[in-house]
Ligand binder design. Structure first.
Ligand code: GLU
Ligand code: MG
Length: 445
């Protein structure tokens, strides 16, 4: 480790990098940081840098609550950078970045660490002989002086022309950092864009979600623009999603295709996806964690508010993509009901835990749904309309509180901290209007 760190520090120092930003994401979904001079990297890689555990009960407005295990001024943790992810930041000259795992003062893994949780769940999947490939989509609304930074239509080429220099810089900065961009496009809302990147291992996908967002942020600021990553910017309008794509692999083969199950999925991937679908009401407390998330979760906005799945159905919470016959990587599933307020490490870990529970139970998927359930098109077998997912954070939290599966996977410390933050944010925004909630949160993530 020490040698690796020294090599990395030398490599960085020979360029124009002076500081390294060490980030982790708290339970409210905010990326927190300590920065160090590059010369300290070798030492910090070994001993870490200190940070209070109280940030695990910080809220979106920087006030704090307490959980059964966390809170108050006492204690310290060590942030240990993952040097395998060390990246010179193209959009932020002078700086490099690395995500951290958090350990206690004795060097033991900290049970409240979200990234270590994601690692544990990925390792558990590996014990089941499953490797997951995951990727987050990043959506944001970009403003200039409080108004959308472009006026062109939804998905319109006019927006690319208006902001050509900015979008070029976003794409180049990501590419320069070794991030493989799949696509970048204007989205529905005024000033809204989306970028998606190539899939990765689960922890890598969560790291990438952080890196992509921070890259978009720094490039936006350089252009005098303000990027808003909150789930709701305009109450009553389409929000920002943080969709998660996933596929299951074994021995280099994609288990989402060439099987005997629905649309070619194997029995294993069907069981895994059925586990995820079943757990969605509780998973919303992880993937749609803010009171603002529920301003976004409305039908007919492609946010996936129904607890159902369908082939290429953008109104289903779980959208299956069969992929082209000559594209073995193409088959995957997309969880659409999650948003960018979510901690991506908690998302990947919790989704794996839910999927493995489905796998262990040999779960099967219900009939797929075609069309918009809100439009009354009905399911393919004309069965009852699918259930709406929780419409409020308290509703999602009550499913979370009752989920032994998530409690077991997250462990007491992390589970209780997440629940405490959700409860406190419910209280924080109690009685506020939808637009007040959107305004207070959209620029925080
Ligand atoms: N912005 C939509 C959401 O809130 C998603 C649009 C899309 O399907 O990409 O999730
Ligand atoms: Mg989108």
């Amino acid at each position: 480790m020490r040698w690796e760190a020294r090599a990395a520090a030398t490599r960085l120092a020979s360029g124009d990098v002076h500081g390294v930003a060490l980030t982790w994401v708290d339970n409210a979904g905010l990326t927190r940081v300590k920065t160090i001079p590059v010369a300290r990297l070798a030492q910090v890689a070994e001993r870490g840098v200190g940070m209070s555990p109280v940030f695990d009960v910080y809220l979106v407005d920087d006030s704090m609550t307490t959980s059964r295990h966390v809170g108050g001024p006492d204690g310290d943790l060590r942030l240990i950078p993952d040097l395998g992810r060390l990246t010179a930041l193209a959009g932020q000259p002078g700086w490099a970045w690395a995500p951290v795992d958090r350990h206690d003062q004795q060097g033991r893994p900290y049970p409240g660490c979200q990234r270590l949780f994601a690692r544990r769940m990925a390792a558990l999947a590996a014990e089941h002989g499953i490797e997951l490939r995951m990727g987050f989509e990043t959506e944001w609304i970009v403003q200039r002086g409080g108004a959308p930074a472009c006026t062109g239509p939804a998905y319109g080429m006019a927006r690319v022309a208006e902001l050509a220099g900015y979008l070029d810089d976003v794409m180049c900065a990501l590419t320069d950092q070794g991030v493989e961009v799949l696509q970048l496009h204007p989205e529905y809302m005024a000033g809204q864009f989306e970028v998606s990147v190539a899939p990765s291992d689960p922890v890598g996908a969560a790291d990438l979600a952080v890196l992509v967002r921070e890259t978009v942020r720094s490039v936006s600021l350089k252009h005098g623009l303000t990027p808003l990553f909150g789930p709701a910017v305009v109450a009553g309008g389409v929000g920002n999603g943080g969709h998660l794509h996933l596929s299951l692999w074994r021995d280099g083969k994609n288990l989402c295709r060439d099987g005997g199950g629905p649309f070619g999925m194997t029995a294993g991937s069907e069981a895994f996806l059925a586990g995820v679908l079943h757990a969605l009401p509780a998973l919303l407390a992880i993937g749609a964690p803010s009171p603002a998330s529920y301003l976004r979760l409305e039908p007919s906005r492609w946010a996936g508010v129904f607890q159902c799945w369908g082939l290429e159905n953008r109104e289903a919470a779980l959208r299956f993509i069969a992929g082209a016959p000559d594209d073995p990587d193409g088959a995957n599933a997309e969880v659409k009901c999650f948003d960018p307020a979510a901690n991506p490490y908690l998302v990947v870990g919790s989704v794996i835990a839910a999927g493995l529970a489905g796998l262990e139970a040999g779960a099967v998927l219900p009939a797929p749904v075609q069309g918009d359930p809100a439009a009354g098109d009905g399911s393919a077998d004309a069965g009852p309309a699918p259930a709406r997912l929780p419409r409020t954070l308290p509703e999602a939290l009550s499913h979370f509180d009752r989920s032994d599966m998530l409690r077991g996977a997250l462990g007491e410390v992390l589970f209780e901290a997440v629940a405490a933050v959700r409860r406190a944010e419910i209280e924080l925004f109690d009685g506020k209007s939808p637009q007040e909630i959107a305004d207070a949160t959209c620029g925080r993530f």
